[in-house]
Design a protein around this ligand. Structure first.
Ligand code: VGL
Ligand code: ZN
Length: 205
């Protein structure tokens, strides 16, 4: 059984959003076309309180994209994004949602960031996604969405560590940094992950 994990397809990561990923909207048609090819479709949602410490605005004198130490972990400081209940934090209205069985929200603890859909960045708390997938009989996990070099990458990495056969659907993701994504792909391959294109699932359409 295979699951499609749609990562953080939210207006704040799409063009016009506060943390817009370049060409982020390119993932939408593929995320929609891929869904019928899976037994299970799950989405994640970045869902921060206003006082989240990943926001540069919550650190006096700091600017977005600077790096700090946050409770012992390296932390990139981001523009304010995906604030719980805000329009930018919803799932994109263009994302087909009928087949999304469950949405896992992450990044709710103001003291720690959470890129992966499985764990916070310190691997201190699980979201329950791994047990949920196992409970559904899932052995293969396919990851798409935003951003390729952050939440998609860390979700794929944790999926591998949790023992799932893991596929990153390259054309169904977009990165904040191209170099960061090259590193991420090399790392995933090293760990036994597969980098594939959506055509391998969709066939010649
Ligand atoms: C993400 C940065 C901060 C992501 C979330 O979804 O990749 N990136 N929060
Ligand atoms: Zn975030």
């Amino acid at each position: 059984m295979k699951a499609l994990l749609l990562i953080d397809i939210q207006p704040d990561f799409l063009p016009g959003g506060s943390l817009a990923v370049p060409e982020g909207d390119a993932v939408l048609p593929l995320a929609n076309a891929l869904q019928p090819h899976f037994e299970l479709v799950v989405a994640t949602q970045d869902w921060h309180p206003q006082n989240h410490k990943s926001f540069a605005a919550n650190h006096a004198g700091r600017q977005p994209f600077e790096q700090i130490d946050l409770n012992g972990l390296p932390q990139v400081l981001w523009p304010v994004h995906c604030v719980q209940g805000s329009a930018g934090a919803g799932l994109s209205a263009e994302l087909h949602s009928n087949r999304i069985e469950t949405i896992f929200r992450k990044g709710t603890d103001p003291e720690i960031d959470s890129y992966s859909g499985f764990y916070d960045n310190g691997h201190r708390k699980a979201t329950g996604l791994a047990d949920y997938l196992r409970g559904r009989g899932i052995r293969q996990v396919y990851v798409a969405g935003l951003a390729a070099d952050y939440c998609v990458y860390f979700t794929a990495k944790d999926a591998l560590q949790e023992g799932f056969e893991t596929f990153l659907i390259e054309d169904a993701t977009r990165a904040i940094s191209a170099e960061g994504f090259e590193q991420a792909k090399a790392d995933l391959r090293q760990l036994g992950g597969h980098i594939i294109q959506s055509a391998e699932l969709l066939g010649n359409q």
